[in-house]
Design a protein around this ligand. Structure first.
Ligand code: NAP
Length: 282
């Protein structure tokens, strides 16, 4: 589905944004909209060739400055170095979008220490490391941080204990930092998207079912598009969102309200556990 761009092409002119995981899925929708609104954009994730290619595409298409860099959000030293390098190259930093994540379905009782840590380290620790690294650069002129949360942890979600725990942590971190950093003019918010069919989601559903079976349980009858989350974040980080901090904004087609969604999860989890074990061996 084509998502219309409703913003003028200069509302973020002069601002520099860094989007983690900004070369694919929801992150790409966000990077694209920020560039379209005139921001210079740093795209950062482990697959650096992909970041560089998207950076070039956005610069060519929207006439903004971009940078594609390698970043592993789990490694705080790497995070600090990449943020310093990005600021040196781009001159400043105004906007951070913590989008990187790595989630999978698995029965909680079978999770290894490494599986548990892998998700917490990307989703929650990574969000904190990047937020902490960005803070000194945002402090003088004010700035805006948006982290990507989700809706599923609010009532719990079968097979997603690490992701639910990490995203609950992100919600708490968002509110806490909004309180701590309001005095610097730094706004700290989060977005909780409903289902959007990305690379990551396709992998998860390949193990446990077909999204087409489930979309009728969403009041608006469809999954979302990455650019719809990009639109929301463009609004939040622009002057239109100037009095918004500590908010966790849901955009989910009404999914979270639907009684039919409660308890829905890919089944059977045992089959998934076998699949994951085979993947690890092979
Ligand atoms: P995705 O397709 O799995 O993409 C994840 C992105 O994170 C990739 O660009 C990946 O790039 C990057 N990443 C993973 N590990 C990283 C690491 N250690 N360091 C740096 N970057 C890393 O995910 P998505 O579906 O677009 O989801 C994006 C965000 O929305 C996530 O926070 C997710 O939890 C949230 N969300 C998604 C949905 C949905 O339905 N899609 C719903 C609710 C919330 P590299 O592999 O190059 O590192």
């Amino acid at each position: 589905m084509d998502v219309p761009n409703v913003f003028k092409d200069d509302i973020l002119k002069g601002k520099v944004a860094l989007v983690t995981g900004g070369a694919s899925g929801i992150g790409l929708g966000i990077s694209r909209r920020l560039a379209q609104a005139g921001a210079d954009v740093v795209i950062a994730s482990r697959r650096v060739e992909m970041c560089e290619a998207i950076a070039k595409e956005l610069a060519d298409t929207y006439g903004v400055r971009t940078l594609g860099v390698a970043l592993d959000v789990r490694d705080s030293e790497n995070v600090n170095a990449v943020f310093a390098e990005a600021v040196q190259t781009m001159g400043r930093l105004d906007i951070l979008v913590n989008n990187a994540a790595g989630n999978f379905y698995y029965p909680a009782e079978k999770l290894s220490d490494n599986q548990w840590k892998a998700v917490l380290e990307i989703d929650l620790y990574g969000t904190f490391y990047c937020t902490r690294a960005a803070m000194p650069y945002l402090k003088d002129d004010g700035g805006s941080i948006v982290s990507i949360s989700m809706t599923l942890h609010r009532n719990g979600w079968v097979g997603m204990a690490p992701a639910c725990s990490a995203k609950a942590g992100i919600d708490a971190l968002t509110k806490t930092l909004a309180l701590e950093w309001g005095r610097f003019g730094i706004r700290v918010n989060a977005v909780a998207p409903g289902p959007i069919i990305t690379e990551g989601v396709k992998k998860a559903f390949a193990l446990g079912g077909d999204f087409e079976d489930q979309k009728d349980t969403i009041p608006l009858g469809r999954a979302g598009e990455p650019e719809e989350i990009g639109n929301l974040i463009t609004f939040m980080v622009s002057d239109a969102g100037s009095w918004m901090t500590g908010s966790i904004v849901t955009m989910d087609g009404g999914e979270g309200l639907s009684p039919q969604r409660a308890g829905l999860a890919p089944e059977p989890l045992a089959q998934m556990a076998e699949y994951m074990a085979a993947q690890r061996k092979g």
